[in-house]
Design a protein around this ligand. Structure first.
Ligand code: HEC
Ligand code: HEC
Length: 226
């Protein structure tokens, strides 16, 4: 399936209205062991672009075209407007490359995302990653101040070691600053339940210690970070 046919399928699904949300639900996809794209080549291509401005420009152009398809859910320039859909703006490149690989090899399960990402070739994937990485993320407005304060303390104790003082992560650690609190909470729940929707030994260990209230508080805190 190429990107055009993925878009065609998507448009068809959008026309089916209610079907869309069914597709967004974590799928019961059998784990796959083969990887069509693999991150090696995408990662290498991104590195190549860092020292080759002409290639970078080319990839960014492709990335922008890809992002136009993703905008249906992830919003203009990666600023998704729904609490269930992750913000991609400002997300760290190596983290995104790894998530693409996880969806494709089954370590992260969402049937729809798997299909979309499989439809991208190496340069489209590299371009998409570069394009989102350079967009500016905005804090999510109107987080309840008491919750934010509670979350600040929890974050400083537990999360700061990996996601950084400013919540912006590192090349391989995801940015949490400005992420939708609903998506953060849902992700933490998947890690805690170990339901196979997401898998990460680090996050499973962290989430196992968290109550629902901790998750709510820390999600509000990171959402409000610039
Ligand atoms: C129909 C809605 C929809 C469309 C269209 C869509 N996505 Fe997604 N995307 C989602 C949902 C829902 C999730 C969260 C699923 C999960 O929890 O794994 C997600 C997650 C992601 C993630 C993981 C983000 C993170 O912070 O870990 C990436 C990367 C991503 N999408 C990229 C894309 C790209 C690239 C496109 C376009 C080619 C695209 N998506 C199109 C719904 C969509
Ligand atoms: C030991 C390092 C470590 C610690 C501590 C840690 N994380 Fe993570 N976190 C990770 C890694 C690695 C990932 C990527 C997991 C993956 O590939 O799915 C991640 C992913 C996440 C994600 C998913 C991001 C996305 O865009 O989908 C959220 C949400 C998250 N962490 C929240 C937290 C919170 C909140 C805390 C503190 C309570 C925390 N993490 C503490 C390492 C850590």
């Amino acid at each position: 399936m190429n990107l055009d046919s993925a878009l065609h399928t998507l448009t068809h699904k959008l026309a089916l209205g209610g079907m869309l949300f069914a597709l967004c639900l974590p799928g019961v996809v059998a784990a796959q062991t083969t990887s069509a794209t693999g991150t090696g080549p995408v990662h290498d291509r991104i590195q190549e672009a860092r020292t080759n401005p002409e290639l970078e420009k080319q990839l960014l152009g492709k990335g922008k075209r890809v992002a136009a398809v993703c905008a249906n859910c992830h919003g203009d320039k990666g600023h998704s407007s729904s609490a269930d859909l992750p913000v991609l703006a400002g997300q760290n490149p190596d983290y995104l490359v790894e998530q693409v690989r996880k969806y494709i090899d089954g370590r992260r399960r969402n049937m729809f995302m798997e299909g979309m990402l499989k439809a991208l070739n190496r340069d489209e994937t590299a371009g998409m990653v570069l394009y989102y990485a350079i967009q500016t993320a905005d804090p999510q407005p109107n987080q309840p101040p008491a919750l934010v304060e509670q979350g600040r303390a929890y974050y400083a104790k537990v999360c700061v070691a990996c996601h950084g003082v400013d919540g912006r992560g590192t090349a391989h650690m995801p940015r949490l600053a400005g992420q939708h609190p609903g998506y953060v909470q849902a992700s933490l729940e998947h890690f805690r339940k170990r339901d196979g929707v997401r898998s990460s030994p680090e996050m499973e260990m962290v989430a196992r210690q968290m109550s629902d209230a901790d998750m709510r508080a820390v999600a509000a805190y990171v959402a409000a970070l610039p």
